[in-house]
Write a protein that binds this ligand. Structure first.
Ligand SMILES: *Cc1c(COP(=O)(O)O)cnc(C)c1O
Length: 503
């Protein structure tokens, strides 16, 4: 299987090149040149456990990896003890209104958010890819994070041989729990640092380091190269396809569906990565009827799906579902590439419009295809909180703010779509305790305090649902990283990391 870039269809790349490089030289995203058709293998696939299924699917895409290499990546990434034992994801039925809907819980990993599903395996894909594409080189991963990604990347790369990772977060822009998760991170190859300012300042600091000549020279001397763990890397998208196949298998196995019957899929969306993986699943023969794209108040995707115009010129809202507070959904570029007949000139034009004017219009034909595949809806914090409360009151199910957005948009979709009800898989993307303040506020606001650990305890007492050990134990873990630096000082910090452990 070869890959090409969304902005230049001429060149071809191997999967190792694509994963090692992250983004193509002219700024495009890597996409597979063709998708495998698994429609004839659904029955066979539905009998597999998660890890075996993952190996099968990865084998279709990573054709320059040996089966042994793929198996090693999977076994290392999805060890049962890292995911609370058993299978890495769970499908939980909700009975509300007698409709068949299931929460696909993707947050049983080490950092309690769905990003673990990809970031636990990316380091293994990356080191294997470097061996093929850049033999002898080690990777220095730089991450600017507004919260979940930083911790999940740290946990994924912790003590992975041949890698070092530096994470920068805005001093004033992450929750106390997220800060604590990062500051207590273990591992010999990790470094965490707060940056004075907001997320943009952290991102600017990282970009400067990437392009700093002295830094490039230092890395060269040490046999290292820069790499990125952000969500446009194909190595992060590919692992997400697996759990949609797995969810379908579970529905077939439990008799909720007969083989070949369709399901709907609902995904709380930010950068459009998770829902794009479901789209790829559909293209590969998974019986998905509608892809429901759920946004919070930053509803740029809802508007796009309804009008065909992507317009980021709008107010940015800091919501209770912060991991979806995004105005540029990078992975949408991949979808548009497929829907416009792989016309890279059109893609270049739209992306140019976006960076120059903050807006682009994909025209009637592409819009019609988007609307055929997707339903877009959004929900504000008020409705999300109400959904959390209702699910708790009526079903005894505790869900986080991001998942609540998806459940609310699912209900809107059911009211408006005019289609018969089919079993529906709703992606549940974070442990409710990761956002305990908001969840507590939704269920019983008068118990809310300014301290996240007290909120966790109050929520446990109120609901009887145990908080995950990874979050509870943070309270007593030693803080390893407490420095805050200015944008200008960030490079010096990375230099220390590069030189660490070399006598
Ligand atoms: C990142 C994230 C999302 C959004 O996923 P995308 O792939 O960026 O669309 C949703 N929920 C949570 C909890 C996240 O961390």
């Amino acid at each position: 299987m070869q890959y090409k870039s969304t902005r230049d269809s001429q060149l071809r790349y191997s999967s190792a090149q694509v994963i090692a490089q992250g983004i193509s030289a002219e700024g495009g995203l890597f996409v597979p040149e063709a998708l495998p058709d698994l429609s004839g293998r659904l029955e066979e696939l539905s009998r597999l456990d998660y890890r075996t299924l993952a190996k099968e699917i990865f084998g279709c895409f990573l054709t320059d990896f040996t089966p042994e290499e793929i198996a090693a990546c999977v076994e290392n990434a999805y060890r049962p003890e890292k995911f609370g034992g058993g299978e890495p994801v769970r499908l939980t039925p909700l009975t509300e209104n007698g409709e068949q809907k299931y929460l696909l819980e993707l947050w049983h990993g080490p950092t309690c958010a769905f990003k673990d599903m990809a970031l636990q395996i990316l380091p293994h894909f990356l080191t294997a890819s470097l061996k093929k594409a850049q033999p002898g080189k080690e990777a220095l991963i730089l991450v600017a994070t507004s919260g979940d990604t930083g911790k999940a990347a740290l946990a994924g790369f912790q003590d992975v041989a041949g890698t070092k990772i530096a994470v920068f977060y805005p001093r004033d822009g992450v929750s106390p729990m997220q800060k604590r998760q990062m500051a207590t991170q273990e591992g010999e190859n990790v470094m965490v640092c707060a940056i004075e300012g907001n997320f943009d300042d952290a991102q600017t600091a990282v970009k400067r380091i990437f392009t700093d000549d002295a830094m490039k020279k230092l890395l060269e001397e040490r046999g290292m190269l820069f790499s990125s763990a952000n969500s446009i890397n194909w190595g992060r998208l590919l692992p997400q396809i697996v759990y949609y196949f797995y969810a379908y298998s579970q529905l077939v196995r439990t008799g909720a569906l007969s083989l070949g019957e369709p399901m709907d899929v609902v995904v709380p969306t930010g950068n459009f990565g998770n829902i794009l993986a479901a789209y790829y699943g559909k293209r590969m023969g998974l019986p998905v009827r509608k892809l429901v794209c759920a946004s919070n108040q930053n509803k740029v995707l809802t508007d796009f799906i309804r009008t065909g115009v992507y317009d980021r010129r709008r107010e940015f809202y800091a919501t209770a579902s912060p991991s979806m507070d995004i105005l540029i959904s990078s992975n949408l570029e991949r979808l548009l590439y497929h829907l416009c007949g792989e016309d890279s000139a059109a893609l270049r034009g739209w992306m140019e419009d976006l960076s120059q004017h903050g807006v682009y219009d994909v025209g009637e034909e592409v819009k019609a295809k988007v609307q055929d595949l997707f339903y877009g809806g959004f929900c504000g914090d008020g409705s999300a909180f109400q959904t959390i409360r209702e699910l708790w009151d009526s079903e005894g199910y505790l869900c986080d703010t991001h998942t609540a957005v998806a459940v609310d948009v699912y209900r809107q979709y059911r009211k408006e779509c005019g289609l018969p009800s089919v079993p529906t898989v709703i992606a549940s993307t974070a442990d409710p305790y990761k956002f305990s303040g908001s969840v507590l506020e939704a269920i019983q606001a008068d118990l809310l305090t300014g301290d996240d650990f007290q909120n966790v305890e109050a929520l446990e007492k109120l609901t009887g649902v145990a908080a995950p050990l990874q979050l509870r134990e943070l309270k007593d873990k030693p803080v390893r990283f407490s420095r805050t630096v200015s944008k200008e000082q960030a490079a010096a910090f990375v230099r220390e990391l590069v030189q660490a452990g070399e006598g």
